[in-house]
Design a binder for this molecule. Structure first.
Ligand code: PAF
Length: 280
């Protein structure tokens, strides 16, 4: 595996792949890798000839009171995991290479980025869209893989790629879960033992609400029940919402729907989502 930190060297490596006619697939990450990321790498491998992974803890997608400074950074361990997983190229730009002095551009994706996470984390998706656009321009992959765990992020990136004619196939991957159902996330590392046990309420609450809704029950009552389950487990709920799977706006009868939740337990914010009726 080549580990590259400077843009010129990256461009040269990518030129080599192109010259050999190889299809390059990118897995963008912020590091602190877990089995969920390795599943993305696996999908990347099945979708191309070469796999690139980026690790960059992007400051512009964290709000002022969020966890940027304590976000887990474990470069050596991550690099070892990726090398063992057969990754070809690890792109780890320093912050000055991503945001040099005078950097003043940005991408804002209206609509799909506005509700849910967008409402609770102002500026978050501008930071995500801008850094992902930069990563795409730097690595120039044929395809990129994103987890459905960050469902709204995936929707924002799909919209950006369509709107800006980026010639990149976006592949979404189902959420990888721990044995008890908790969605895998780098932020799970923040959970002390007691909170880790309580966190199981997140997939359970979504599961209970999803069953009610898919069986034709009252959606508002199902959302309220999910909120109550989370609160009873010690969470402070940001939202539990049922939305149209494509637009993330109001659900439309007969179209795929998604159930999403975000809540904090003792300062650790978890998000999760499920398709209603296994559809969307
Ligand atoms: O999902 C993530 O890890 C990040 O939001 C991403 C896509 C790497 C952009 O920083």
């Amino acid at each position: 595996m080549q580990t590259i930190r400077q843009l010129e060297a990256l461009r040269e490596a990518v030129r080599g792949f192109r010259a050999a006619g190889e299809r390059l697939v990118l897995v963008p990450t912020m590091g602190a890798l877990h089995a969920g990321h390795l599943a993305l790498v696996d999908t990347a491998r099945r979708n191309g000839d070469r796999v690139a992974v980026s690790i960059f803890v992007n400051p512009t997608q964290f709000g002022p009171d969020e966890d940027f400074s304590r976000y887990p950074r474990q470069e050596q361990r991550d690099a070892r995991m990726l090398s063992e997983a057969g990754v070809d190229l690890l792109w780890m730009p320093p912050v000055e290479a991503m945001y040099p002095d005078g950097f003043s551009s940005g991408i804002s994706v209206a609509g799909v980025s506005e509700p849910l996470e967008g409402a609770h984390r102002p500026g978050h998706f501008d930071g995500v869209a801008t850094v992902v656009a930069k990563l795409f321009n730097q690595v120039q992959p044929d395809a990129a893989i994103f987890g459905e765990k960050d469902y709204q992020q995936l929707a924002v990136i799909r919209r950006m790629v369509t709107d800006l004619d980026m010639p990149i196939e976006i592949i979404g991957m189902p959420t990888q879960r721990e044995d008890d159902g908790l969605a895998m996330s780098s932020r799970n590392a923040y959970l002390v033992e007691e909170d880790r046990k309580a966190a199981i309420a997140m997939p359970r609450a979504l599961g209970v609400a999803e069953r009610t809704i898919s069986q034709g029950g009252d959606a508002q009552a199902a959302l309220e029940q999910a909120r109550e389950m989370l609160t009873a487990a010690g969470f402070e709920v940001d939202y539990v919402a049922l939305v149209d799977s494509d637009t993330l706006g109001e659900p439309v009868a007969g179209k795929p729907q998604r159930l999403l939740a975000a809540a904090k337990i003792h300062g650790t914010r978890l998000i999760d989502n499920v398709a209603v009726n296994g559809n969307g």
